[in-house]
Design a protein around this ligand. Structure first.
Ligand SMILES: Nc1nc2c(ncn2[C@@H]2O[C@H](COP(=O)(O)OP(=O)(O)OP(=O)(O)O)[C@@H](O)[C@H]2O)c(=O)[nH]1
Length: 795
């Protein structure tokens, strides 16, 4: 079927005017071998809010699939720690910091009720839950075909669940929801499903009914295969199947009907079957609901179709820690999540030029005017792979690659599309957390790692016969920074470590404060930076002293302002002359763009791989007519504008959301130069900036606090004193949660204060929401503080 669906696309590219490079190779179709391999291949991620049990669940998956011999708990008493938390810091803190890749094999039923089994190969990436490490989730989802969204049976949809949901939408990743911790007091799956529907706005329905609750949670009724599934024996390794007991039959019938009804809203085929069953009810199969004319297999197919079409999420239930429901989830992964062939993967053809305006062509061009090609996961197609994660290992740089088409071979040669460099693949491995297995070659749809290849995160590799680039990942801007210096003598290890971290993690940035000459590191939160400072000490033997964390303020304008500026210098030798006329204006009103991004809109960042990364939050437009500024000086004006945007004049922070339009100007035949135009642009911009009612912006965070109910007023009181706005709160049986929006600047020291006010029982998480203008008194303070750091002449 896929061959059929791909064919039109391939034909289109071969017919298209410009896809001369793409066309011949695109004809490489999928062989029978490819089809079989892909059918039994799954690439999935495990993502969720902090502490939902992702690592505990992955540990079970590895145990039941035979990848690890025993189960070790996160912060377990045996002191070993979970396999996927391989860093010492992760094991000490009991949190996942880096995503870890592994793979396993699973024998899943051939059809939903069949006793015959097929062997599936599953690549799994366990991702961190903490928002400070969100880039890890971002890059994992970029290369995965499906995901398990883990939710706590008590806490349900939490702040980071919504972030992960947004990331899944951004990359079009279908997901199974897994309600974990069904053993907890207060577990309430119906409430969680309702939250998935209302808060994540996706159709969802249970495919399970729990058997027993809290401590007595024993297993599930599977509504599709219509039987009870329980785990027995040591570590729940044995799975037993039995008919549904009479006590649960009625609930199961209702829930199966609910499942079919929910599916009918998003899948036409099951809707027709459901209506037909309603119109002419057949004699119900004893013990089955009314619409029993819909077979188990038809129901399973409908779930699969709707899940892959991103319209539905089947909800599984279990308790990872009590070893319940994990094997059934594995069966679900194989049954409902897509094969690599079913995920549409698009690359940019850098050799193709987009068709002229008005030209009728079948070339696919995206919103940025780039020509897109669809990749075919055929083993014989030209190799295309994406380096999505870098890691320093004992043997040198380890680069994780998702192979999209073609085959990657050990000792083969590959091209880095961004740098144009040819490199040999000295060693090819499959990763199992921090262990690896050497392999000779790897086919499309797979995830592997290569050694000793210099590249950056996000680079595309090909076999050199195609010039394709995978589109970029969304990279959030840092919100916090601090100064750092070695505690002792500065050794080369200091900059070596910072360079490496920067290369591995695009959300970690290193800069130099031009005034204080201090090294400044910035990132996604206090924990993010704290982890890197700790790693400097442990991995590079460079203990460091850090300054107070500072919020990443930004500056922007709020109105339009015109400029007419002449840069003139006549002091012996050649003179300098450049005149620029135009205006600056806000691109959107402050906060608007972030709000759009928060809704899951396509990221505005340009390519990370393939072309040079460029700023897209500021814009330059050349509207000069009649050559009053010769075209060879225009790039210099743009460069001047961008340089001016690096440092605002209010507080020295980066300027954002600003467009400069050059409409007119003047030049001198002898005295004009690129330098003169660059300086003119800087001068013009600074002058117009003052007139355009500039403001300083600060990051606002969405903060979620969960604590026992008795501390509710203490928690709300402390959020109020931090100028927080409570946007949502929920009281459950014993605990309550509340969501507030608070300026990051007011959140310093919050973890200590929360610990104090809740006897250590409260937990919080926060994530970046948007930047908004600071209050006038803070703006004044920041401006004054900045003026004091300026040399006297510049004030
Ligand atoms: N009651 C109960 N506790 C669980 C269950 N699964 C995990 N836990 C506990 O929840 C805590 C967090 O588990 P992890 O597996 O580290 O969660 P995580 O989502 O990987 O955490 P991060 O990666 O740090 O976000 C640990 O103390 C686990 O023992 C479960 O099914 N029931």
């Amino acid at each position: 079927m896929l061959l059929r669906s791909l064919r039109p696309v391939l034909r289109l590219s071969s017919r298209s005017r410009h896809s001369s490079t793409a066309a011949p190779h695109s004809h490489v179709g999928l062989t029978a071998d490819d089809l079989t391999r892909l059918k039994f291949q799954r690439n999935i991620g495990v993502s969720a809010h902090i502490d939902s049990g992702k690592t505990t669940l992955t540990e079970r998956i590895l145990f039941y699939t035979g990848r690890v011999k025993d189960i070790h708990e996160v912060r377990g008493k045996d002191g070993v720690g979970a396999k996927m938390d391989s860093m010492d810091l992760e094991r000490e803190k009991g949190i996942t910091i880096q995503s870890a890749a592994t793979f396993c094999d699973w024998e899943a039923p051939r059809s939903i009720i069949s006793d015959e089994k097929d062997n599936y190969a599953i690549n799994i990436i366990d991702t961190p839950g903490h928002v400070d490490f969100t880039i890890e989730v971002e890059r994992a989802l970029r290369v995965l075909d499906g995901a398990i969204l883990v939710l706590c049976a008590v806490a349900g949809v939490q702040s980071q669940t919504t972030t992960v949901d947004r990331q899944m939408r951004r990359y079009g990743v279908p997901r199974i929801s897994f309600i974990n911790k069904m053993d907890r007091p207060g577990a309430n799956p119906a409430r969680i499903i309702n939250q998935i529907r209302t808060k994540l706005k996706i159709a969802a329905a249970a495919v399970h009914v729990p058997i027993g609750s809290e401590d007595a949670f024993e297993g599930v009724v599977d509504l599709v295969s219509w039987r009870e599934i329980k785990n027995v024996g040591p570590k729940g390794a044995e799975v037993t199947y039995s008919p549904i007991s009479s006590a649960l039959l009625e609930t199961a019938q209702q829930k199966r009907t609910e499942l079919i009804e929910t599916l009918s809203e998003v899948d036409e085929r099951i809707c027709d079957m459901y209506l037909a069953a309603m119109d002419a009810p057949t004699e119900p199969v004893p013990g089955m609901p009314l619409e029993s004319s819909i077979s188990n297999e038809e129901l399973a197919q409908a779930i699969r179709r709707a899940t892959i079409a991103l319209k539905f999420s089947p909800v599984f239930m279990g308790s990872a820690i009590k070893n319940r429901g994990v094997q059934t989830l594995l069966d679900g992964i194989c049954a409902y999540l897509p094969t690599p062939q079913e995920s549409k993967v698009v690359a940019l053809d850098l050799d193709a030029t987009p068709p002229a305006e008005g030209e009728v062509t079948e070339t696919t061009v995206n919103a940025r005017g780039e020509v897109e090609v669809q990749l075919t996961p055929a083993g014989k197609a030209p190799f295309v792979g994406l380096a999505f994660k870098l890691e320093e290992s004992r043997f040198g740089q380890l680069t994780y690659i998702r192979v999209y088409q073609g085959t990657l071979k050990k000792s083969g040669t590959i091209w880095n599309v961004r740098t144009g460099k040819k490199v040999k693949v000295p060693r090819l491995v499959r990763m199992h957390s921090d262990e690896m297995e050497d392999i000779e070659s790897i086919g499309p749809g797979e995830i592997c790692a290569i050694f000793g290849v210099e590249c950056s995160s996000g680079d595309t590799f090909t076999d050199g016969t195609v010039n394709y680039s995978m589109t970029s990942m969304f990279v959030p801007e840092p919100v916090i920074s601090l100064s750092i210096k070695p505690a002792g003598q500065e050794t080369p290890n200091f900059s070596r470590a910072l360079n490496r971290f920067q290369k591995e993690d695009p959300t970690f940035k290193v800069g130099l404060d031009p005034t204080s000459k201090e090294t400044i590191i910035s990132g996604m939160g206090e924990l993010h930076l704290e982890i890197y400072v700790e790693r400097m000490k442990r991995e590079y033997n460079v203990p460091c002293i850090t300054g107070k964390p500072l919020v990443a303020f930004r500056e922007c304008i709020t109105s339009r302002a015109n400029f007419t500026y002449t840069h003139k210098k006549q002091s012996g030798g050649a003179g300098q002359f450049a005149k620029v006329i135009g205006y600056i204006e806000p691109m959107t009103m402050p906060g608007e763009e972030e709000a759009a991004a928060a809704e899951g809109a396509a990221p505005k960042k340009k390519l990370v791989g393939g072309k040079k990364e460029a700023r897209t939050d500021v814009e330059f437009e050349n509207a000069v007519m009649g050559g009053t500024v010769p075209s060879n000086y225009i790039p210099a004006v743009e460069a001047g504008f961008l340089e001016a945007c690096d440092k605002g004049t209010l507080s020295g922070n980066v300027i954002t959301n600003t467009r400069m339009v050059l409409t007119d100007g003047g030049y001198h035949i002898v005295d004009s130069s690129e330098l003169a135009f660059r300086l003119a642009a800087i001068g013009a911009f600074r002058e117009a900036f003052k007139a355009a009612r500039p403001v300083i912006l600060e990051p606002i965070m969405t903060v979620e606090v969960v604590a026992p109910v008795e501390f509710q007023s203490a928690v709300i009181g402390s959020l109020n004193t931090r100028r927080g706005t409570i946007v949502d709160s929920e009281v459950r049986e014993e605990e309550f949660s509340c969501i507030a929006e608070v300026a990051l600047n007011d959140m310093f020291g919050y973890s200590n204060s929360l610990r104090g006010s809740t006897q250590g029982k409260g937990e919080f998480s926060m994530e970046y929401k948007n930047h908004v203008p600071v209050l006038p008194h803070l703006q004044k303070e920041l401006e004054e503080a900045y003026k004091k750091t300026m040399p006297a002449a510049k004030k």
